[in-house]
Design a protein around this ligand. Sequence first.
Ligand code: PLP
Length: 413
Amino acid sequence: MKIAYTLNIMKERIPFGRPFIDAEEEHAVVRVLRSGWLTTGTETLCFEQEFAAFLDAGNDGIQQPLRALAVNSATSGLHLALEAAGVGPGDVVLVPSYTFAATAEVARHLGAELAFVDVSPGSFLMDIAQLEVTIDRLSAGKTAYVNGGPCGVPRAVIPVHFAGLSCDMDAIMDKAARSNLTVVEDAAHALPAPYSGGGFAGTKAHIGVFSFYATKPLTTGEGGMIVSRDENLLRRMTTMRLHGIDRPIWNRYTGDNASWYYEVIEAGYKYNMPDVLAALGRVQLKRIEILWSMRKGIAARYDEAFSADERFIIPPTDSSDARHLYPLRLGPACPISRDECIRRLQEQYCIGTSVHFIPLHTMPFYTKRYGIKEDDLPETMRSFKAEISLPLCPGMTDSHIKYVIEAVCNVCR
Ligand SMILES: Cc1ncc(COP(=O)(O)O)c(C=O)c1O
């Protein structure tokens, strides 16, 4: 029977996101499919080692070596990270409201509460002064906000490197050390994003978590990676990643000293990455710097086109120029709203765009739970209302870029 596979999910002429996949990825996946071993195995182990080595290049030996644990999503990675940090009921985890649901929901999975921190003006990144105020209020037994919100023991903070822009990790680590907090970097957007003082985003905190979701700088379709230098945290996350089993069991049928025996020492999760996806990730990792420079090139063209036009506010950059997204903001001189701009780009030009992010404190679940008002986080709201993420896919040609620029200028009249 012939099945009509005429699904064209890329209806847009220029999609918002499209992974850069070629024959090398195809060969790597086919090689694993033909190997007879599809789930976690040697491909995943190699991917972990290569990923850690890439991020740890330049480690002068003073620091513990970085280790990586592959998982089936960044969400799982964030969950394992907070679990290993001992987060639980009575605790509060501090996150920006300007992030994806995953950053926050994992704290609720463990019974902890969330305190949302505003972004600093125009930066899209967590405001460090506000973070300090919120930690100090919670530590003093008060609610997170003057008008209410959660209360409890501040236990962990998850800074988000939005669009690849890195947060000031030195300042965050300093405050966290003084307040005894665990820090988990949400580096879902940050691969690779070098800090100005050396090292890569994701490697300064106790734990860093990367996403390999379909639109991310490195993709395995779905997937993620945890990195850490802390042996205790790594041991706990390794155990909890696979059913709370006390030892690596993936080669229990095939290894030299194979044994069927294992013990469950905790009620763990099923968060491992299969070899099919790890094979894809290894190829993507080899070309990560090329993909990074392609994104930089596209963003530079957008910057050039929009920077002198008072209808638009171009995104901030930092020394990493990581550019996972291109979060353009519409300025007061723009005659149409952000929503109208998105609609016209789609309808008139078939250009896919997105919005990063709908603030979490405006989501019904959190609004109801904490009674936070939109205006409690004014900078978050200001950025959200003006933001439109333009297509930024490696592989976009010169004429694609021109087409997007012309379309944005035309619809914003
Ligand atoms: C900032 C941020 N954190 C975490 C995640 C979750 O990643 P994953 O889909 O791999 O679980 C995302 C996904 O889009 C994200 O944007």
